[in-house]
Design a protein around this ligand. Structure first.
Ligand code: WTA
Length: 693
């Protein structure tokens, strides 16, 4: 039971809430704490921060949050420019802090924050910390896949290494605004490469090193980088992955620019690495020859910082574009408050820099705060499921941020792997990527955190740049499974299917009204798709693609994607991407992919496939279809289940009825609903008969 100290905390909170500003209007309703109503009712499972935690917290009460939140939405310009002033700007932004059109009905959507302000995010991450006397503080602790392999860099050392890479990039002709593709595993060279790009104003596009050659090629074709940064191989768990081979396959003959390759000796020596003279260069041969001092390129707050491709509801990935100033201010501020960050913290986020979490909360957010960050190269359960807690004890990690899928998988492996380690350094836990189910939440809280550490369940997206709805540890009680309340400046809105805002206790589609500094500015090369995907479904708002409900106390509960995106182990995968990979197999005529509940991954991929006439379904074909998806997208997108479908349920106009497929996939056969509108209702029985084929 995690409702700790309920009585004493109840009184303390209710007492401290007596002077709260009104919860009316658009200010979050923290009725549970304000009135103590929810506390009286049995069905609510409120978890209070301990007195010790609340006492030291940056935001010790809901009241303080409400004051700040109120200002952040009533005077966003004042609120955010006060925070932005704490960073280094070569020159300040103009009179307009924020200018936006978030309402498609009023013309093109655009967002600008701190326009005219001149800064550099790498300078703010590194030089600013070195200049303020923190040069000897550890920036990165790196832990290799194999126990016993580790390394670290102080802020001064990190700055030197970033400068060398930046000088190399400049020397080969990379200029402000040029794209650079980074395809690296979790070596320190990955954030080093990102920061080097930022230093010279180049736009990095990190591609997760689990993507296949085809996916990498697609991204390279879209953003046309001047150079690709990679390494020869990496060991993950007991497997060696030959990244350079994947890059070779992705780079077309016509790619004549540089491929800078880090020799990752723990996985592979250079002698056995395939090499293309003239194009490929060993990182270790050139980078150390450059100066450790590199002048920064001062850029406008609205100059692009990076592109990150993410899945949408069509086969083509979307290049989410973030700019510099607003993103910098937003990631730094969200990191600080959502994790109650203090300079003495040791922070570990298990995400890979190939995803947005690794951009905002491995690299930029923590370094902007001068934090010490742990980076782990390997698999979290290698060589055994205790590895994470071994790392926590080794580096005395105080803030541990991970994904529900890992929590569930470690939970399944049993408590003994956790309890054999001390974990006493931990004080804040975090969760991201998908809704965390209450039982996993409780296990994380009770077993991993010894019922002592608040859990920051952060809801956000590649598009939002930083946290949108998240608990501020210490400020209010948590409800397991709820991301709780909006961050400063964020105005969530729940709308019905007509786009009408619903108030109070309700469920619907989660939208956001007006911009926040970390808002993405466009989809690279396709502003029209940006508007159509995010701003047209519910005019007047940004549409997140997520379903959500709000309870009587105003707590938000995310319920998952409502579009054609599946969330597998926290990875966003478009059903259309998997379908197009499947039909590229010469024997597959048609495919329909749906998400189905999965005990560990959250959602699994369930694919219905129709074969070319005359081709028999076989075990070998099933395996080949799965391999096709692995090769085209990446191993993480491999279907969990292939269901042979001689016919698919279609309406008379030829539209596949996915609602029915979802029910068949989850074996909810008594909930199929009305099938009479199908062109051939018989296919449903046929599919059910083949379900266990
Ligand atoms: C889901 C990851 C519930 C959601 C940062 C969103 C979550 C998608 C949470 C974005 C959470 C992320 N609770 N759902 N705490 N965090 N999601 O772009 O469906 O990879 O739309 O960004 O993940 O995934 P993305």
């Amino acid at each position: 039971n995690c409702s700790l100290n309920t009585t004493t905390n109840h009184l303390r909170h209710v007492e401290s809430m007596a002077v709260l500003p009104s919860g009316a209007g658009k200010i979050p309703r923290l009725n549970a704490v304000i009135l103590g109503e929810a506390l009286a009712s049995e069905e609510d499972d409120l978890v209070f921060p301990s007195d010790d935690f609340a006492r030291q917290a940056l935001l010790p009460s809901a009241q303080k949050y409400l004051e700040m939140y109120k200002r952040s939405v009533e005077d966003p310009a004042g609120f955010w420019s006060d925070i932005a002033s704490q960073f280094l700007w070569k020159s300040k932004w103009g009179d307009t802090v924020c200018s936006e059109n978030f309402d498609i009905r009023n013309g093109n959507v655009y967002v600008q924050w701190f326009k005219g302000g001149i800064t550099n995010i790498c300078y703010n991450c590194l030089d600013r910390n070195v200049d303020s006397g923190n040069g000897d503080k550890i920036a990165f602790h790196w832990e290799g896949n194999e126990r016993g392999f580790h390394d670290s860099l102080t802020y001064t050392q990190l700055l030197s290494q970033v400068c060398q890479v930046a000088n190399y990039l400049r020397d080969i002709g990379v200029k402000k605004g040029d794209a650079v593709v980074i395809y690296l595993p979790m070596l320190m060279e990955l954030p080093i490469a990102m920061l080097a790009c930022a230093r010279i104003g180049a736009v990095h596009s990190v591609v997760f090193a689990g993507f296949s050659a085809d996916s990498l090629a697609q991204r390279i074709m879209d953003c046309k980088p001047k150079v690709v940064l990679t390494c020869n191989a990496v060991k993950r768990g007991s497997k060696v992955i030959h990244l350079k081979d994947i890059v070779d396959a992705a780079l077309s003959e016509s790619f004549e620019d540089a491929c800078l390759t880090y020799e990752n000796r723990s996985a592979m020596m250079r002698e056995t690495t395939k090499w293309q003279d003239g194009r490929d260069i060993w990182w270790q041969d050139v980078v150390p020859t450059y100066s450790t001092i590199c002048e920064v390129e001062w850029v406008d707050a609205e100059d692009p910082l990076f592109l990150l491709y993410t899945s949408g509801s069509t086969g083509k990935p979307k290049g989410v574009l973030h700019t510099t100033g607003g993103y910098m201010v937003y990631t730094a501020t969200t990191f600080k408050y959502a994790f109650d960050y203090k300079p003495s913290d040791i922070y570990w986020c298990t995400a890979d820099c190939g995803w947005i979490t690794g951009h905002s909360y491995v690299t930029y957010g923590p370094l902007l705060n001068g934090a010490t960050v742990v980076i782990y190269e390997g698999a979290p359960n290698y060589p055994d499921p205790g590895r994470c807690w071994d790392i926590v004890d080794k580096f005395k990690v105080t803030i541990f941020y991970t994904a529900p899928t890992l929590v569930r998988s470690l939970m399944r492996d049993g408590d003994a792997y956790v309890t054999r380690y001390s974990r006493k350094s931990l004080r804040v836990l975090g969760s991201v990527g998908e809704p965390i189910n209450p039982s996993a939440w409780r296990w994380f809280f009770n077993v991993v955190g010894d019922s002592r550490c608040p859990i920051s369940d952060t809801w956000w997206q590649t598009e939002t740049g930083g946290f949108m709805i998240a608990p501020l540890p210490g400020a209010w009680p948590q409800k397991p499974g709820s991301a709780t309340f909006p961050f400063f400046g964020v105005q969530p809105v729940i709308v019905d299917e007509k786009g009408v805002e619903i108030e109070g206790e309700c469920s619907g589609y989660l939208c956001v009204k007006s911009s926040w500094p970390g808002t993405f500015r466009t989809l690279y090369g396709d502003h029209e798709r940006y508007e159509t995907t995010y701003f047209k479904p519910f005019p007047g708002y940004y549409f997140s693609g997520d379903g959500c409900s709000r309870d009587k106390d105003g707590y938000y509960w995310l319920t998952g994607r409502v579009d054609d995106v599946i969330n597998v182990s926290g990875h966003r995968i478009g059903t259309a991407e998997v379908e197009s990979a499947l039909v590229s197999h010469p024997q597959c005529a048609e495919a329909a992919v749906v998400g189905v509940e999965h005990e560990v991954k959250g959602q699994g991929i369930y694919a219905f496939v129709t074969l070319v006439d005359g081709i028999p379904y076989s075990e070998e074909l099933r395996r080949n279809l799965i391999t096709t998806v692995r090769n085209q997208i990446g191993p993480f997108a491999a279907p969990d289940r292939i269901h042979w479908a001689p016919g698919l349920p279609k309406t008379r106009s030829g539209k596949i009825m996915r609602r029915i497929l979802r029910k068949i996939a989850s074996r909810q056969l008594d909930e199929l609903g009305d099938t009479s509108t199908l062109a051939d209702p018989g296919v449903v029985d046929q599919l059910i008969a083949l379900a266990d084929c």
